[in-house]
Design a protein around this ligand. Structure first.
Ligand code: NIG
Ligand code: FE
Length: 411
């Protein structure tokens, strides 16, 4: 039995007496807090909290949080953390006027990353991804989803998923693995799309299933990548192996991706830089969560997703980083929150709900993490002394985390 007591906190943020559910619409502006409070973590889980009048006197380790907020760690439900190399040469092409789609059509983009990943040994990939994980934990991330999708052949997709499996085994934070073989059509199948889809369905999926390497399946359903019809076939195959869908949709255009995800009961449809009234209506009639990745819109100069419209219509919204070398070379959740507030007019409370409870539900971990509630993992961050929680998105680019505690241990 080991215990850690945090005492004297200015407030516990996102604190709940009862089990939480996904936060939607007008509820998103409500962020429950408990002022002048303590929090106890025993054997890796949150067991008790209260106001300072009732603070326990003893614990194996006591942390003083005077002047500081104690919050659940961020839940980053969409990343491509495993990759071989950065792509700043494409960054320069875009500065000179080439678009992301033009670069992709010329064999750059995802195919550029695939060439480099195929050539990189598994150990080196693990090392690079592990270092990125440590970096994002330092920003306060305490649960994360990681996708494959830079292998684009059976050996290399399996290699990526095994790297994710090994990270899962060693990681102090919970991780979900997503199979994204349908990220792009690889160069060798350029004139044989059906051949690649067949490989995905009949070669990759059975092996991934046999080794238990994935929790979810993803498809880049967008202009120039996979059509809604192809997406449907791939998601159905995934479902036959027990993999629920979390898909890339409507980053580059209104392409039917949202509807394809909803039709296949996707847990989430992610991106939605292009999202009209029909897409919002479709999401309202579903259990699929819209996940917004504003640092991708920031980096590529795309329109921002209509978060305000979505929340005002009653939808839940999740925020994630999309950390990847092509469209979002940053895994910094606090910056995502700043963009959500500044560019999408989300309130600080809405952004924090989107990045904690809703992010956890987008990984089916809503009853494990994403809130301060009894029984959850003891994954919390203690801020530096700051005047309010709105200060976090307000002071964009800043570093507000003083201590990250994972399963009751200082990281
Ligand atoms: O989520 N849009 C598809 N996939 C990634 C980017 C992939 C890349 O450019 O390497 C994304 O933005
Ligand atoms: Fe992505």
């Amino acid at each position: 039995m080991s215990s850690l007591l945090i005492r004297g906190a200015k407030a516990l943020v996102q604190v709940h007496e009862h089990p939480v559910s996904l936060v939607k619409g007008a509820q998103m502006a409500h962020l429950p807090t408990l002022e002048n409070a303590w929090l106890l973590i025993e054997n890796e889980r949150i067991t008790a909290f209260g106001t300072m009048e009732t603070c326990p006197e003893r614990a194996d380790e006591i942390v003083d949080a005077s002047g500081r907020y104690v919050m659940p760690t961020w839940c980053d439900s969409h990343t491509h953390l495993v990759f071989a190399a950065s792509r700043e040469e494409e960054f320069t092409y875009r500065i000179k006027g080439m678009s992301y789609e033009e670069i992709a059509q010329n064999g750059g983009g995802i195919l550029n990353s695939a060439r480099k990943l195929r050539a990189m040994p598994e150990e080196a990939l693990f090392e690079a991804a592990w270092n990125r994980l440590q970096e994002v934990i330092g920003y306060g991330t305490g649960a994360i989803e990681i996708k494959s999708g830079y292998g684009l052949n059976t050996d290399s997709e399996l290699k990526m998923l095994r790297v994710i499996r090994d990270i899962k085994a060693k990681s102090p934070i919970p991780i979900k693995a997503t199979f994204l073989g349908a990220h792009a059509i690889p160069a060798e199948y350029k004139s044989d799309r059906e051949g690649y889809i067949d490989l995905l369905i009949n070669d990759m999926l059975p092996q991934i299933h046999a080794e238990g390497l994935a929790d979810y399946i993803d498809v880049f359903c967008d202009r120039g990548f996979f059509t809604p019809e192809e997406t449907g076939r791939i998601l159905e195959a995934g479902l036959r192996y027990g993999l629920k869908a979390k898909i890339h949709a409507n980053e580059l255009g209104i392409t039917g991706g949202v509807q394809a995800g909803v039709r296949h009961n996707a847990i989430s449809v992610d991106h939605l830089e292009h999202c009209g009234d029909e897409e919002i209506e479709c999401l309202l009639n579903s259990n699929t969560i819209p996940t917004l990745l504003p640092s991708c819109a920031f980096f590529l100069g795309l329109p921002y997703p209509p978060a305000r419209k979505m929340i005002d219509a009653g939808l839940p919204v999740t925020l994630a980083t999309d950390y990847n070398p092509g469209s979002t070379p940053s895994g910094k959740m606090p910056f995502v929150l700043s963009l959500a507030c500044i560019k999408m007019k989300m309130l600080p409370e809405e952004a924090i709900n989107a990045a904690t409870i809703n992010g956890a539900f987008a990984m089916e971990m809503g009853h494990e993490t994403g809130s301060i509630a009894r029984g959850n993992w003891g994954n919390v961050m203690i801020t530096k002394p700051i005047p309010s929680v709105a200060y976090i998105p307000y002071s964009f680019g800043g570093d507000h985390v003083e201590t990250v505690i994972l399963k009751g241990k200082k990281h």
